[in-house]
Design a protein around this ligand. Structure first.
Ligand SMILES: [Fe+2]
Length: 326
């Protein structure tokens, strides 16, 4: 079901399109009704304006599919019929011509609407298949490093929740969510001996491990994901105080996606069971994150995280874990 967040029926972009379409229909109808037919040239212009009745029908089909094109056709055909009744042509050929245009308007409305609906359905199927493939990939990567395949799904869900709290628009939320989902994809290049080592890493092993954000960034740039998502992958180990890696970015030089990710990744790490310790409570995790505001984390993002509340975070966690492919 469409929602205000994803551009659904109540979204500002949906309302803007309706206003534009109504304006277009009014402008075309006014133009058609206003142009006189006294001279031959005026009559030709008048008939040309009548051809514009097809334009809102096509626009409505592209924006709203079959339902939209049928509604636009109903409006435009009513205006066309009303005009024919007000200026009933004496010429039989002109009557036939107007009737044919009326019928063609309905045929075009139905066919174009159906075609756009079919195109939208195919695009949805492709998007679902793509999402399932990406989810399967990150779950496999998570399984390699963690006991479960849900870490990346959870950090994506927390990132989306926190981005919404910070007032980011749907497109940017989607991009940072994708970046959070794929944050550790570069670990595919880290050997098991280093990634799964239980003891402390040597400095040479640390150097290999620290390559994974850049490796992930290079992989994702090649497959053409949104720049903001790839940037999130590159910067997901940066810190607010500049002591992170690989670039040592600090403060506002850090992309917002990375600042959000740092907080949610820490929260997920703290509230998840690790081989060497149990999960801490929500209150303890929040307290640890608050202590890192201004050093490890951006204080604005920490404040937004505090506002979310435990119930919303728990609900998000359950939802994310249910997405694990079976
Ligand atoms: Fe990482």
């Amino acid at each position: 079901m469409p929602t205000p967040e994803d551009g659904g029926d109540d979204s500002p972009s949906h309302r803007r399109r309706i206003v534009l379409l109504v304006g277009l229909m009014l402008a075309i109808t006014t133009l058609h009704y206003a142009i006189p037919t006294a001279t031959h040239a005026q009559h030709q212009l008048h008939i040309a304006a009548r051809k514009l009745y097809f334009l809102p029908v096509g626009v409505a089909a592209a924006w709203f599919g079959l339902r939209g094109s049928i509604r636009a056709t109903a409006v435009m055909s009513t205006m066309l019929a009303l005009h024919a009744l007000l200026r009933w042509p004496s010429d039989t050929m002109e009557r036939a011509n107007q009737l044919a245009e009326f019928v063609t308007l309905w045929i075009v409305g139905a066919v174009v609407g159906l075609l756009f609906d079919r195109e939208r359905g195919l695009l949805d199927e492709i998007a679902k298949a793509h999402a399932a493939a990406v989810t399967g990939l990150v779950a496999a990567l998570d399984l390699r490093e963690h006991d479960t395949g849900t870490h990346s799904l959870r950090v994506r869900a927390y990132t989306l929740l926190l981005s919404r709290r910070l007032g980011r628009d749907a497109a940017r939320r989607g991009a940072v969510g994708l970046g959070a989902l794929l944050h550790d994809v570069g670990k595919i290049a880290v050997p098991d001996g280093i990634l799964l080592k239980s003891g402390p890493l040597t400095s040479a092993e640390q150097a290999v491990m620290r390559e994974h954000p850049a490796a992930g960034y290079r992989i994702l740039c090649r497959v053409g994901i949104p720049a903001e998502a790839a940037e999130c992958v590159l910067t997901h180990h940066e810190r607010y105080d500049g002591r992170g890696y690989p670039q040592g970015l600090s403060g506002d030089a850090l992309p917002v996606g990375a600042q959000i990710f740092a907080v949610v990744d820490a929260y997920d790490a703290l509230t998840s069971v690790r081989p060497y310790r149990g999960a801490v409570s929500h209150a303890e995790a929040v307290s640890t994150i608050r202590a890192g505001a201004g050093t490890q984390f951006d204080p604005r993002v920490v404040a937004a995280m505090m506002d979310l509340g435990e119930a919303a975070i728990r609900r998000t966690r359950r939802q994310a874990e249910s997405e694990l492919p079976t």
